[in-house]
Design a protein around this ligand. Sequence first.
Ligand code: SF4
Ligand code: SF4
Length: 324
Amino acid sequence: MENPLEKNTAVTLLGALKKQKYHLVGSHSAVKRCKWLYESIVNDRPCYKQKFYGIKSHRCVQMSPSLYYCTQQCLFCWRAQSGDLQVAWDEMKIPREDPPEEIIQGSLKAQEKILTGYKGNPKTNWRKFQEALSPKHVAISLTGEPTLYEPLGDLIQAFHQKGFTTFLVSNGTLPNKLSKLSQEPTQLYISVCAPNELVHKQVCRPQFSSAWTKLNETLSLLQSFNCPSVIRITLVKKHNMNHVDEYAKLVEKANPTYIEAKAYMHIGFSNLRLGFENMPLHSEIKDFAGKLAEKTGYKVINEAAESRVVLLSRLEKPIQVGNN
Ligand code: SF4
Ligand code: SF4
């Protein structure tokens, strides 16, 4: 598949992405092995989303239909951003869109390739390995802003028709695209990584001036979705961990089913922008979550120290979406 980027940009970027073990799919999608796929199959340690919501880590495909494209340049992002590697491109538009079915077939092939690497591992759990060959869940979350991919609703629908559950993660800056999705995901995540516009500009570095207003529009329409919704707050020490009151107001506006407060992890291309000292400890995430619980009335209902994440909810128990 021809790459839509300018030749020198493509060479630099593809080299860096391949080093980080991205499997490219078509011209603008990718699959990457999630650490927890490996941990689940080899060490019987599933990810926190299995713990919280019941999806199975060993049957999960981590992918994105917008590898090079996003409306933001968050400081904490593990994505290669325009400017990171002395190469630049227009990140705001996917020039030629691959059809959903091609993306799905390419993603499943890439996942199969990833899994072949486990055959030689003596610690592989063979039952899980066999199950993993028929994945059942897709995390549309790897990198980039998926709502930039115009037929996103069709992609989700095609995954559902094949028996997959889907978690979709969006930065919420394109409310029109979200409101027009032809198919809702199984669970919708909106990243809210700033309590106010100033911090949003500094930390999320939106690429257009009305992004904060648009994010707020998305929060207002979140209740119109039928699927469970999550406000995901990625917390970066010294950058966005204050102003809990203002976060609470955003939560009130959106009334999500859950809030996930999660620590920034010093990995991928974020190493070029932040240091280890910006990674909050789990105790600091718990402290933040406790304060947010007080202000919002949400309850802290679960946590995973290994991923430095705390789950808050207005439900007593999270809905289990993984029946596979
Ligand atoms: S749900 Fe997320 S963390 Fe869990 S296995 Fe899938 S991609 Fe990894
Ligand atoms: S919105 Fe997501 S993909 Fe885009 S820059 Fe921020 S973290 Fe990265």
